[in-house]
Design a protein around this ligand. Structure first.
Ligand code: SF4
Length: 386
């Protein structure tokens, strides 16, 4: 195995990111789950050391916002007491594992995730910071649309497979070999120059990289389900959060009612065991809530890089976005809230908003210099009147 190392920089609890509203402290729950004590603890810490707001990220992590430099050390000590901290920033950064929220105590998902976490901690290949894994071993795949580079999932016949993101077929594995093969695939990625192709597996495969025979498979992955929406599921109540952000009060409310919270990509939470949708301000509980069709970074004044307020505009435009579309509003071209393409993207600039259709914040706009007032007064501008 390669030497322990991490490329680039990835924000975490030990290495926080500075934003316009203070330090952003990212917490990666082990196995994608917080027990009730950890969830209540994070809520209390966000109130005490941060500004009370907690981001749910697209990688199923949480971020306490608005932490001061002076408060960071105490916050870290408290997180350690809650068993939410890694030994060092490198271990923390490489623990990038999504777990299907639909696991049950009797299936392999959690044990595979724990074994993978251990494997990455002990003898990790040198991976780019955004490189991640998905453990998605239900009979149907729940994480197929979530960002991951190596997937442990099921094939059409129910067999366990390991699949490189971007490859149509996966390699069948036994339960015992699954993590070993996933780590070997990660090593192959590095050794075959995957980092040069943007550091993501699908781009590497798309650029023509050929998997070696030992890692190539012939198993078609199982059916994928649509991105889950808020509602009741056998495992509990799934709730969203406007702009992927919950208050400490909403997290406390949930923590009091559950044994655990399963963190999901798509900025949602599955509250274990709830048989009724929670009623708490700030939690999105309706599957058709228009607020789920928009995404926006913190924008001004929270972020000092922002050229404009983003969330007020996104909330005002949300009811005008078609059911099958979605809008990303970014305070600047960095596009922190969403790095990929969206049906509609608005990027704030010093001269107003740029509009991009079917692209990301880095793509060429079709319209420049739109004011928030004009967009709100005439949302048809977004679609060109269509
Ligand atoms: S996209 Fe720009 S404005 Fe928005 S949070 Fe990131 S840096 Fe700040």
């Amino acid at each position: 195995m390669s030497a322990v190392a991490i490329k680039g920089w990835c924000p975490g609890a030990l290495r926080p990111m500075r934003s316009g509203d203070g330090l952003v402290v990212r917490i990666r729950p082990h196995g994608g789950r917080l027990d009730a004590k950890q969830a209540a603890g994070i809520a209390a810490l966000a109130e005490r050391y941060g500004n009370g707001l907690i981001d749910l990220t697209s990688r199923a992590n949480l971020q306490i916002r608005g932490v001061t430099d002076a408060g960071h050390r105490s916050l870290i000590e408290e997180l350690s007491r809650l068993h939410l901290l890694d030994l060092d920033p490198e271990s923390e950064a490489r623990r990038n594992i999504l777990v299907t929220p639909f696991w049950s105590a009797s299936d392999d998902n959690r044990s595979l995730a724990a074994e993978l976490e251990q494997g990455l901690a002990m003898a990790p290949p040198v991976l780019p910071t955004k490189f991640g894994f998905a453990v998605d071993c239900g009979t149907e795949r729940a994480l197929a649309s979530a960002s991951a580079d190596i997937r442990i999932e099921r094939g059409m016949a129910g067999e366990l497979i390991v699949r490189a993101d971007g490859a149509e077929l996966g390699r069948p594995v036994t339960r015992r070999d699954a993590v070993k093969v996933a780590l070997a695939l990660a090593e192959w990625f590095v050794e075959s120059g995957g980092e040069g192709g943007g550091g993501r597996m699908a781009a590497h495969i798309g650029a023509g990289a050929k998997l070696p025979d030992a890692l190539r498979g012939h198993a078609k992955p199982a059916r994928m389900i649509a991105v889950p929406r808020p509602g009741l599921y056998p495992q509990g109540a799934m709730v969203g959060a406007a702009f992927g952000q919950v208050t400490h009060a909403a997290l406390t409310y949930l923590a009091k009612r559950v044994q655990g919270l399963r963190m999901m990509p798509w900025r949602m939470i599955l509250a274990e065991g709830l048989r009724e949708m929670p009623r708490c301000q700030g939690l999105v509980t309706q599957a058709d809530d228009p607020i789920l069709r928009v995404i926006a970074c913190s924008g001004a004044p929270a972020c000092r890089e922002a050229y404009a307020d983003t969330r007020e505009l996104a909330a005002a435009l949300a009811p005008h976005i078609a059911d099958d579309a979605w809008l990303h509003v970014a305070g600047c071209a960095k596009g922190c809230a969403h790095s990929g393409a969206a049906v509609l993207t608005l990027v704030a600039t010093s001269e107003g908003f740029d509009l991009i259709r079917g692209g990301s914040t880095r793509d060429a706009p079709v319209l420049h210099g739109l004011s928030a007032g004009r967009l709100i007064a005439d949302p048809s501008v977004l679609t060109g009147g269509r």
